[in-house]
Design a protein around this ligand. Structure first.
Ligand SMILES: Nc1ncnc2c1ncn2[C@@H]1O[C@H](COP(=O)(O)OP(=O)(O)OP(=O)(O)O)[C@@H](O)[C@H]1O
Ligand SMILES: [Mg+2]
Length: 418
């Protein structure tokens, strides 16, 4: 597919275009900080702005900080100076910066002089993507260079995931702006669906699309998965492989302990109290769980819920659940069942987990299910209703998808007679 059309970003693009034009006209520097949650479209917007700026006569440098490579001091900025088909610096000038590599102050000073010279010929746009991972020298450069070059037509455009961090409002004369990217609206998601599917999203795809919090990354993964699947547009409950892969990729980028927390939460099936999570993970401290929750939130997997481990969107939970190997899933369900019984939270709550962990002949599971069936039976007697079905006969409760085992609801008694 050709370069995707950016849906729902016209106002933001127009605002940035105005700032570029003003910088070129009044020949004064400007800082634009683009912020938003993972996958909200920051990089896509940076590329659109860079293309627009190049067409408007700006000299453009585009760099990107890497999460796992904060060792090469100032790498994002240096890359920006040598990026693209028309780099800001020629090879010799760039090589001339190498001896300053271990002298950050001199390096930044030299970059300032070079940018000053370039901006005398044409306005300049310096873009640094993923600035949340910038190394200390890049941070230092991004803090000091705009002020140093305040009287030159240089636009500093950065993107970062720091949605919670407000601008510090630096005490200088430079023109500073913040652009926060929010979720796409329903109509914008419908337009995106038409881009990928050639027509409107229908049925389950439509419902899933509109339950992703307006996040373009998740929407694009879902839609491209549906478009690629042979059964595209059908009501199959299977999670589109592209979506599952994208979630798996995010999961694998977590620290092992954090991934375990996220997998546990997927198996738990509903918002998990931090203290329950701490107990279930072998007595970790709530502080440690909070740090893990924050890490997974930063990856767009968990919601911004300070009291619980909860998923950003239910489809993400389903995708994580599907990713967990069956044996691990069973073990986690069993852990949840035991914990719910041992902590006095009730066999009825434990029963769906026990059922998901069940293997024929597992008497611990039988006991939990028997206890739950008795509890439910007593409730049902009171209400004049009863229920019971066998292991292997488990059916999805309507509307709960494949992974609804832990969502509560009716207990399907395993039929063991003891
Ligand atoms: N407004 C939009 N309209 C259509 N597609 C979009 C839009 N915004 C982003 N996308 C698509 O969504 C995906 C994710 O976007 P992008 O990589 O820009 O997000 P991001 O905010 O940079 O994420 P991260 O924080 O992980 O770097 C990309 O495939 C991009 O093309
Ligand atoms: Mg990005």
């Amino acid at each position: 597919m050709a370069r995707p059309v950016l849906r729902g970003r016209n106002a933001e693009l127009a605002a940035v275009a105005t700032l570029l034009r003003r910088t070129a006209d009044v020949r004064q520097g400007c800082v634009i900080r683009l912020r938003g949650e993972p996958g909200i479209g920051k990089s896509a917007m940076l590329h659109a702005v860079a293309r627009h700026a190049a067409a408007a006569g700006f000299a453009v440098g585009f760099g990107k900080a890497e999460e796992l490579d904060q060792i090469s001091a100032c790498a994002p900025l240096l890359v920006a100076l040598r990026s693209g088909s028309k780099p800001l610096l020629d090879a010799d000038t760039f090589a001339g910066l190498a001896p300053l590599h271990h002298q950050p102050v001199w390096l930044v000073d030299r970059i300032a002089s070079l940018l000053d010279e370039i901006s005398a010929r044409s306005p300049v746009l310096i873009v640094v993507d993923d600035a949340q991972w910038a190394d200390p020298v890049t941070r230092f450069a991004l803090e000091t260079l705009p002020t140093r070059l305040a009287e030159a037509p240089v636009v500093w455009l950065t993107a970062s995931r720091d949605v919670g961090t407000e601008s510090t409002g630096a005490l200088d004369d430079i023109d500073r702006h913040e652009v926060v990217l929010g979720p796409l609206t329903g109509a914008e998601l419908d337009a995106l669906a038409r881009d990928y599917l050639g027509g409107p999203a229908e049925g389950l795809t439509h419902r899933r699309l509109h339950a992703l919090g307006g996040n373009p990354f998740l929407a694009v993964q879902l839609l491209s998965g549906v478009a690629a699947a042979p059964s595209a547009g059908s009501e199959t409950e299977d999670i589109p492989p592209a979506f599952a892969d994208a979630i798996d990729h995010r999961l694998r980028s977590l620290r092992p302990g954090t991934a375990e927390l996220v997998e546990l939460a997927a198996v738990w099936g509903r918002p998990l109290d931090l203290s329950d999570a701490a107990e279930l993970l072998g007595g970790l401290s709530v502080v440690a769980i909070t740090a893990q929750r924050r890490e997974a939130h930063g990856r767009g997997l968990l919601a911004e819920d300070r009291d619980h481990v909860a998923f950003a969107h239910d489809l993400i939970r389903e995708a994580v659940y599907e990713t967990v190997p069956a044996a691990v899933r069973r073990a986690l369900h069993m852990r949840c069942a035991r914990y719910l019984v041992a902590s006095g939270k009730g066999v009825v709550a434990a029963a769906p987990h026990a059922r998901a962990a069940a293997r024929p002949g597992d008497y611990e599971v039988v006991e939990i299910l028997r206890g739950a069936a008795c509890g439910i039976g007593r409730q049902a007697d009171r209400r004049g209703a009863g229920q019971g079905r066998g292991i292997g006969n488990a059916r999805r409760a309507p509307g709960r998808g494949k992974t609804g085992a832990a969502q509560g609801g009716g207990v399907e008694f395993c039929g063991y007679e003891r």
